[in-house]
Design a protein around this ligand. Structure first.
Ligand code: GRF
Length: 248
């Protein structure tokens, strides 16, 4: 796999799809991330690792889990990143929960929210407020195979390619402008586990790469379409791993 790349961010503002949104008009020293998790946290780990490199362009302002037992919280603790559990219990509505979530993100001066296995649907108002500053990683080549149990459904469908997608989040589940994708083969002998592991390895490369591209100001959003500063940036976010060298 050959993977290299770069992105741009700004403070949360109201959603205006015809405006050009560039998360970082004036590139700041560090783009502050808020990472939302519910479980294992391996993508969180890859974002932490990237923020600890000598040429890092991001820092993680806070990690929020909706599940108290999420193993991923330990990664935040190990890296001395502020983290908290925000359970939905005690909130009267999804709107109330999401408003509290937004407050925590603002308190930590978060520029970009990264969903990393966060198993809650976000309210439309939250998604609208953070439009252009809210990204997600999904373990399929969207728009194919939205939702859960992706790898099993991919295998059962008989498709020969799968992969992962990083996209800006729109109110609809697993939808929104695609920023980057990585493709992997689906092998005849694959199980959910083997395919899942192949895809996950790509997720760990693609997600930090997309976040870097945003932090470096290489990506903007206009009319709900992602624009890249250069075609080279676009190609660094279009990856494939383990595919044969056959050409068309
Ligand atoms: C990943 O496969 C991601 O694509 C999906 O949820 C999973 C989270 O895994 N949205 P992890 O918690 O980051 O290990």
């Amino acid at each position: 796999m050959n993977l290299n790349g770069s992105i741009t961010l700004v403070p949360p503002h109201k959603h205006n799809r015809s405006a050009t949104i560039s998360i970082q008009d004036e590139p700041k020293t560090m783009l502050r991330l808020g990472v939302l998790i519910s479980g294992r946290g391996s993508n969180l780990q890859s974002l932490i690792a990237d923020s600890q490199t000598p040429d890092a362009v991001t820092e993680i302002g806070c990690v929020i889990s909706n599940v108290a037992e999420a193993p991923g919280l330990a990664h935040a603790e190990d890296a001395q990143i502020p983290s908290t559990t925000l359970s939905h219990k005690g909130f009267a509505s999804r709107q109330d929960y999401d408003a509290r979530l937004a407050r925590i993100l603002h308190e930590h001066n978060v520029d970009l929210v990264c969903l990393a296995g966060f198993m809650r649907i976000l309210d439309q108002a939250f998604v609208t407020d953070w439009y252009g500053k809210l990204i997600n990683i999904h373990p399929s080549l969207l728009p194919a195979f939205k939702g859960l149990n992706v790898h099993q459904r991919v295998i059962e469908s008989g498709v020969r390619l799968s992969g992962c997608t990083v996209h800006f989040v729109s109110p609809e589940m697993d939808e929104g402008p695609t920023i980057g994708q990585a493709a992997v083969p689906v092998l005849p002998e694959d199980t959910e586990e083997t395919l899942g592991a192949r895809v996950l390895a790509c997720e760990h490369v693609l997600y930090p790469r997309v976040v870097r591209a945003i932090a470096n100001g290489h990506i903007s959003l206009k009319d709900n379409v992602v624009r890249y500063n250069t075609s080279e940036i676009a190609s660094t976010l279009t990856l494939h791993a383990g595919l044969s060298a056959a050409t068309v």
